[in-house]
Design a protein around this ligand. Structure first.
Ligand SMILES: CC(C)(COP(=O)(O)OP(=O)(O)OC[C@H]1O[C@@H](n2cnc3c(N)ncnc32)[C@H](O)[C@@H]1OP(=O)(O)O)[C@@H](O)C(=O)NCCC(=O)NCCS
Length: 163
């Protein structure tokens, strides 16, 4: 059974391993260098009650994570967050991504966020579909803003506004 809960600091090595695999092998993130645990601790500390970080577990092992990160430090943006969702390569296509996105979107509403933004690399159709299924709408495309693995990459902007 998949359970989704708030992340704790002890989850950070597993979260980092999942993220760094995506850094090295996918265009899902525009990071190109793996994150150190210290860098990840700083990122972890930017999350909490208002900007949730959640993990999915199967049999006590972390298999994926999702976050709502503050979109900008400027005060007027406080109720806008950017969503991220990553599932461990060996656990994909088991419904974990869908459950993570559903629960973190619900959590964002509970904590009083107003809107969520997703930046999705062109070609990442699975992620685009996943966000559509969670109620995100297409708001535009930034053309050729990333370059990874020798290719220019578009970014699809998607947004969900809570009712
Ligand atoms: C995108 C990602 C989070 C999806 O997680 P997941 O646990 O594999 O997704 P799920 O099993 O919940 O599947 C969600 C939907 O996508 C579909 N899907 C998943 N992987 C697919 C694939 N490789 N090809 C086609 N469809 C796929 C599923 O069939 C499901 O659709 P359905 O509910 O209509 O049947 C995961 O693939 C991942 O971590 N990718 C790398 C990181 C990434 O791209 N993150 C998003 C950054 S914006």
């Amino acid at each position: 059974m998949i359970t989704v809960r708030r992340a704790i600091l002890d989850d950070l090595p597993a979260i980092t391993e999942i993220y760094n695999d995506a850094v090295l092998n996918t265009i899902a993130t525009f990071d190109t260098q793996p994150k150190s645990l210290d860098e990840q601790k700083a990122w972890f500390s930017e999350h909490g009650m208002k900007y949730p970080l959640m993990v999915a577990e199967i049999d006590g092992a972390v298999t994926g994570w999702a976050s709502l990160s503050r979109w900008s430090g400027r005060c007027a943006y406080a109720n806008t967050a950017e969503i991220s969702v990553y599932v461990s390569r060996i656990h994909r296509r088991k419904g974990i991504g869908r459950q993570l996105i559903r629960e973190i979107v619900a959590e964002g509403q509970r904590v009083g966020l107003h809107t969520l933004i997703a930046r999705i690399a062109g070609g990442n159709e699975v992620s685009i579909r996943l966000h559509e299924s969670a109620g995100f709408k297409h708001i535009g495309i930034l053309r050729e803003v990333g370059e990874k693995f020798g290719k220019l990459i578009d970014v699809h902007m998607m947004q969900k506004i809570y009712p």
